[in-house]
Design a protein around this ligand. Structure first.
Ligand SMILES: C[S@@+](CC[C@H](N)C(=O)[O-])C[C@H]1O[C@@H](n2cnc3c(N)ncnc32)[C@H](O)[C@@H]1O
Length: 733
């Protein structure tokens, strides 16, 4: 099955395979731990593709001749290098699992162990082929000797290496009575598998934990816990390894069990607090940590860290209940965490392990609720009148992928689907949250509930949920010009905002993996809350191509108008804009003195464009640029006051559209007022733009707040320092 993300087509099975492999150990350079790999591989068996497959062909060359000198060992394989004429002799050591490829583990005579992926071996079994060998029969059983030619050694996903063969012709099954390899000694034959006890599992777990290999650590602790389910130390250790891998629910389960056996276990209570914070159960986290803090007061070794975590949980609870955030601090945290470094190979990595993912709470304003909206499914609705710039919602992403974290820079969405699949595989707890979102699949809700009950991870649903609900990351407000910060993410409650190209009443902005939503004008009771998925700075064609792809036939004022315009009108608009772009604009930008005849030309074009949409004067914002240039032309021809009044008129006409282009008009007004020494005017308009930039972030200033400018400038200092330099100049006049 294939999933399509605009220009990218992705195989669902490849996603599942990558997600599953990421739950296994990454160890490109280390010699792999045979026992651990086998254990991991066993886990894959639960995720075996349920289809029946038949094997195309098995290559058994009875009279095989090979130059034994050309045999290569697993330890000599190099990633992305196909050793010419060499072959690998190996032995199957686990059963095959079919996901995307056929996956198994093999060992070489030296005892090295590696994953093997065989591609193009299978076809889905059709009824009339029931006689063929199928993968659910014992297929290439453990102990089968294989010779593999044209071996490619690949990093399948992240740091997971595997031997890969794309052609069944390159794999030869060696008959056991073939004498060719009689002299080869298999070192694993001498291996005497030692059975570990609980303490050894704990020590191995601690070893892996200390080397940040949390998956391996979890595996070791789990084996110990299987032997001794009441071992509190193992449970609490595993909980920490889960916390480090962001598996908060699994961590919570472990500490709950641990506390049942040992209610006074301090570390278990501390980790419970951490897990509850991660699960967004802020109040419970605070209660847990406050009571722990009371118990350990005076115990200097842990008092400080407990106090810190308790204060953090208290802050999260406060944010969550009151919707009050310290924006300046959060922006600082964001800037700090968004710093990058390059490794020795020039790869870009975050300075902080988690990148710009911020530890702040979600918030939901009680005055909004999800309801049904005609023709759009579910949507957010105002339960009462809501003033302008009210904080409606703050949400931390279930998952975000930044550009430098995806395998190829342009496949953030594919990477997001893989990460989500991995997350749901490790924490099925989140299935319900994800499966409730719109997926465009018309899957019967009962079917979905059944999948959720069985914790069945369905990549088709995940892929389609992502397609319809993904937010592209941009940081327009926080002016950090870092391309690494673009990306894609999935947020749960924000996914219920529907779209309109124009007249959106909700503004949103991102800080790391947090997204903030505020009303951008007063909203009446019962009104739907709307955001832009694509705004009108995109052409109608561009917008509708994307909207159609996610099942939206947009009925906003702009789309309706653009659809209703005749071909003749459309052509004329395009023609006029083209005349401006090709023959007027170049003259205006280059010359210091502008030919006055251009005034007439521009005025005629603006008048005609205006006339073509005269029933909708406020939707003619394709003239903003032309009006700015008209003002510029008047100015260059000695009529600055006329220029100023054109700019102000333009701003008034389009200020509700919230386009960057309208902000630029304000900047034009300020600089022209300044030039004309109309300093009070410049100051007045500076205040307008100061509010335009800051109120969508920190909320509306009270009309009589004497401190408002100071507060606004404190914010612009962080996000747009140029504003503050200009404010200083203005202060002096
Ligand atoms: C992110 S979801 C929004 C919530 C969704 N309505 C639901 O019921 O879960 C996006 C989907 O909502 C629907 N939608 C959003 N805006 C719409 C609009 N303006 N007109 C029609 N459908 C819309 C489309 O089906 C779209 O794929």
């Amino acid at each position: 099955m294939k999933l399509r993300f605009l220009n990218d087509t992705v195989k669902a099975k490849e996603i599942v395979q990558n997600a599953i492999l990421r739950m296994t150990i990454d160890n490109v350079s280390q010699r792999k731990d045979r026992e651990l790999l086998i254990k991991e591989h066993k886990r894959l068996e639960n995720l075996f593709d349920e289809n029946k497959y038949f094997i195309n062909s098995i290559n058994k060359q009875e009279n095989l001749t090979l130059n034994i000198q050309l045999r290569i060992s697993i330890s000599n394989l190099q990633v992305d290098n196909v050793p010419v004429e060499r072959f690998l002799l190996c032995r199957v050591i686990s059963s095959f699992v079919k996901i995307n490829a056929l996956l198994t583990l093999v060992e070489d005579p030296e005892g090295n162990v590696e994953r093997l992926a065989l591609y193009n071996w299978t076809n889905v079994l059709k009824e009339d082929q029931s006689n063929c060998k199928s993968t659910d029969q014992l297929f290439l059983p453990i102990g089968t000797l294989l010779v593999i030619k044209n071996i490619s050694y690949k990093v399948a996903t992240y740091n997971i290496t595997m031997i890969r063969s794309d052609s069944p012709d390159d794999v030869i099954v060696i008959n056991h009575n073939n004498k060719l390899f009689n002299d080869i000694k298999w070192s694993s034959n001498q291996l005497n598998e030692k059975i570990k006890n609980v303490d050894e599992f704990r020590r191995c777990g601690n070893y892996y934990f200390a080397s940040n290999n949390y998956i391996a650590a979890i595996d070791e602790y789990s084996n110990g816990i299987k032997l001794e389910p009441q071992n509190v130390t193992l449970l609490v250790n595993r909980a920490e390894a889960y916390l480090r891998s962001y598996q908060f629910h699994n961590a919570l389960i472990d500490v709950e069990i641990a506390l049942k056996y040992d209610p006074n276990h301090l570390k278990a209570a501390y980790r419970m607090g951490k897990a509850l914070c991660g699960l967004k159960h802020y109040k419970e986290a605070t209660n847990t940590l406050q009571s722990l803090y009371q118990r350990i007061k005076g115990n200097t070794s842990i008092e400080k860290t407990t106090e810190q975590l308790m204060k953090h949980a208290e802050m999260l609870t406060f944010e969550n209940i009151n919707g009050q955030y310290d924006y300046l601090r959060i922006i600082d945290e964001f800037c700090e965490r968004a710093k990058i470094k390059k490794d020795s190979k020039g790869n870009i990595n975050w300075m902080h392990e988690a990148g710009p993912r911020l530890d702040h709470a979600d918030f939901l304003n009680n005055d909004i609720e999800i309801g049904l909206v005609e023709g759009k499914g579910r949507g957010w609705i105002a339960k009462c009148d809501i003033p302008e710039y009210t904080l409606l919602m703050v949400s931390k992403a279930l998952k975000v992928v930044f550009k430098n974290e995806s395998v190829t820079p342009y496949s953030c969405v594919k990477e997001l689907v893989t990460c989500l699949t991995q997350q749901l595989l490790t924490e099925p707890y989140y299935c319900q949250e994800v499966y409730q979102l719109y997926d465009g699949l018309n899957i019967n809700i009962n079917e979905k509930i059944e999948k959720i009950n069985k914790n069945l991870v369905d990549v088709n649903i995940i892929g389609n949920v992502t397609k319809h609900n993904v937010f592209g990351l941009n940081y327009e407000e926080v002016n950090l010009d870092t391309p690494e910060l673009t990306g894609a993410g999935l947020w749960i409650l924000p996914s219920f905002f529907n779209h309109a190209c124009i007249d959106e009443n909700v503004h949103h902005f991102f800080l790391g993996d947090l997204v903030f939503f505020r009303s951008n004008r007063p909203i009446s009771k019962g009104e739907e809350l709307i955001i832009n998925y694509r705004n009108v700075s995109y052409s109608y064609e561009e917008r509708s191509r994307y909207l159609k792809y996610i099942n939206i036939d947009c009925q906003c004022r702009m789309c309706k108008l653009e659809r209703s315009e005749s071909q003749k009108v459309k052509l004329r608009i395009a023609q006029l804009l083209n005349i401006f772009n090709t023959s007027i604009e170049p003259k205006l930008s280059k010359l210091r003195k502008v030919d006055p005849s251009l005034i007439k030309e521009l005025e005629d074009i603006i008048a005609e464009l205006h006339n073509l949409r005269k029933e909708h004067p406020d939707l003619g914002f394709n003239t903003i640029e032309l009006r700015r240039f008209l003002a510029h032309t008047y100015h260059k021809n000695g009529k600055p006051n006329k220029a100023l009044s054109i700019l102000k008129e333009t701003y008034d006409l389009y200020k509700t559209i919230h386009l960057t282009r309208t902000f630029i008009v304000i900047i034009d007004i300020i600089s022209l007022s300044w030039e004309l020494k109309l300093f009070n005017e410049a100051k007045k308009w500076f205040d307008v733009i100061l509010k335009v930039f800051t109120e969508p972030i920190i909320g509306k200033f009270k009309d009589n707040d004497p401190e408002w400018r100071k507060k606004a400038l404190r914010l612009t200092e962080k996000i747009l320092p140029a504003m503050n330099s200009f404010a200083k100049i203005l202060e002096k006049v």
